[in-house]
Design a protein around this ligand. Structure first.
Ligand code: F6R
Length: 256
């Protein structure tokens, strides 16, 4: 796993957007996996400013969606992705996919989502955030490393965290559809971003902890092309920061 330490959230966004833009311009990135939540917002903003050639031709797949939240609800990931990703990046709405949390048959919606990713040729680069409990997507602790897109029950800690987006905690849905850990690991590359003190513990567990389903994000240690971009605060519990900085400062020309 490559660890890049930025000075603040804006620089996290700039560095991550630079990685994405380079891959788009090299023709290596046609299908982008997108996360919602606060972590990737600086990335989307920086990418919208850069407007790399080919950006508008991307297909995109969201990681997850709440079950039972109408598409037009401002906190549904259908709405959030349209607001934060599709419009600012100038993507074609028909090429942007979000799991269908309003489907009558949710299991079928999950199967169709996996099929749509496969039909698009798979995800080239998956953007990720990490939850306080180490979740990626909504794969809560003890999620199977082999899991594919499926219905999950949110951990109470996740509902509490996400209550900030809703009027009342009771308004936070209990269920979601999320890409599985196996689905995320099938992406050709993964790019996890995190900023702020609250991410220090999960970032340390993801990067330096044991690989365990108790910290689902730790499976990224098994990914052949995983990059994590964090600010100083989110890096503050890592033990090998000098090494990560040394590696980044001396990265080979091919990785610049
Ligand atoms: C969002 C998602 C989640 C978030 C995580 C961190 O699509 O899948 O894993 O990335 O909960 O959320 P923020 O970035 O809001 O702290």
């Amino acid at each position: 796993m490559q660890v890049i330490i930025a000075k603040d959230a804006d620089e996290v966004g700039e560095i991550a957007a630079g990685i994405i833009a380079t891959r788009i311009e090299r023709g290596e990135l046609e299908v982008l996996g997108v996360a919602t939540g606060s972590s990737p917002l600086p990335v989307y903003r920086a990418l919208a400013r850069r407007q790399p050639t080919g950006l508008g031709d991307l297909a995109a797949f969201a990681l997850d969606e709440y079950v039972g939240l109408p598409y037009e609800h401002p906190e549904s990931y259908h709405s959030v992705v349209e607001q934060e990703v599709t419009r600012p990046l100038g993507l074609r709405p028909d090429r942007v996919h979000v799991p269908d949390g309003m489907a009558d048959d949710l299991d079928d919606a999950c199967r169709r989502y996996e099929a749509a990713i496969a039909d698009a040729g798979g995800v080239d680069l998956q953007i990720l955030g990490v939850g306080a409990n180490g979740h990626i997507g909504f794969n809560e602790p003890t999620s199977s490393f082999a899991s594919r897109t499926r219905v999950k029950t949110l951990a109470q800690a996740t509902r509490d965290d996400n209550a900030r987006f809703f009027d009342r905690i009771d308004d936070v849905p209990i269920h979601c559809i999320t890409q599985g850990l196996g689905t995320i690991m099938s992406a050709r590359s993964v790019l996890l971003v995190a900023h702020g003190e609250a991410k220090a513990a999960p970032v340390a567990a993801v990067v330096e902890g044991p690989v365990t389903s108790m910290c689902p994000g730790s499976i990224l240690q098994m990914h052949a092309d995983a990059t994590i971009v964090v600010d100083e605060a989110a890096a503050s519990s890592l033990t090998l920061t000098d090494y990560y900085r040394f590696v980044y400062d001396n990265r080979p020309a091919s990785q610049r």
